[in-house]
Design a protein around this ligand. Structure first.
Ligand code: 3PG
Length: 213
């Protein structure tokens, strides 16, 4: 069984509070991505398996060693294997994928299964997981749902993603049951390509400043 919250990575995420979800279509943006994240002390990145470049991007970012690199949108065991072989340190899935969870737990790699209902959370807990992704947060009741779920699941921490944005992320982070928020609003390739990353840097700086109150 995985003593989930004891893993150092969860403590690090609880400090940073922001988990950028990033889809790679251009490997040339990775240097700028890393530079902007490091500059703003957001040392986490979730590279989504939504493009053919995910594995290569994980590898390049992991080798550099500046960021804690994870894999997102991991729906199959094959993707989990490729992710870890290329240096991913954590895995995020949109749902509960038993073979992905087993594979990660056997290797003591933090895995965030996607949950949206009490049944999902119960299943995750049966694997010894007490930090879950809550997805898609906006569709499944947002903060109101997390507050309700935190009644029976008082010992679970949530990572809401899906529909989190500049306007609502702080409302989520003010809740003690939320370890951090994830999503594409934190940084994106489109923003990095604009004005040599200046907009991406400013956007991230503002988000980080707000997490620090
Ligand atoms: C995820 O997989 O976490 C979501 O697709 C993120 O959704 P967002 O683009 O609304 O942040």
């Amino acid at each position: 069984m995985l003593a989930n919250m004891d893993h150092e990575l969860y403590q690090q995420l609880a400090e940073v509070k922001l988990l950028p979800l990033y889809t790679v279509t251009d490997l040339d943006c990775l240097d700028k991505l890393e530079e902007v994240l490091v500059k703003n002390d957001v040392r986490f990145i979730e590279v989504a398996f939504r493009s053919d470049l995910a594995a290569e991007a994980i590898k390049r970012l992991a080798v550099s060693g500046e960021l804690i690199v994870g894999a997102g949108t991991v729906r199959t065991l094959a993707e989990a294997k490729v992710a870890l072989e290329n240096g991913a340190k954590f895995v995020v899935s949109p749902a509960i994928v038993p073979e992905v969870i087993d594979y990660c737990i056997e290797r003591d790699v933090p895995v965030f299964p996607g949950t949206a209902t009490p049944g999902d959370i119960q299943r995750a807990m049966e694997y010894g997981i007490n930090v879950v992704k809550f997805f898609p947060a906006d569709i499944y009741g947002g903060l109101k749902a997390i507050k309700a779920l935190s009644g029976p699941f008082y010992d679970v921490k949530f990572l809401p993603t899906g529909g989190i944005n500049q306007e609502n992320f702080m409302e989520y982070l003010e809740n003690d049951h939320i370890i951090g928020v994830g999503g594409s609003f934190i940084i994106s390739e489109a923003l990095l390509k604009k004005d040599d990353g200046k907009s991406a840097d400013e956007n991230l700086r503002e988000l980080v400043a707000r997490t620090k109150g």
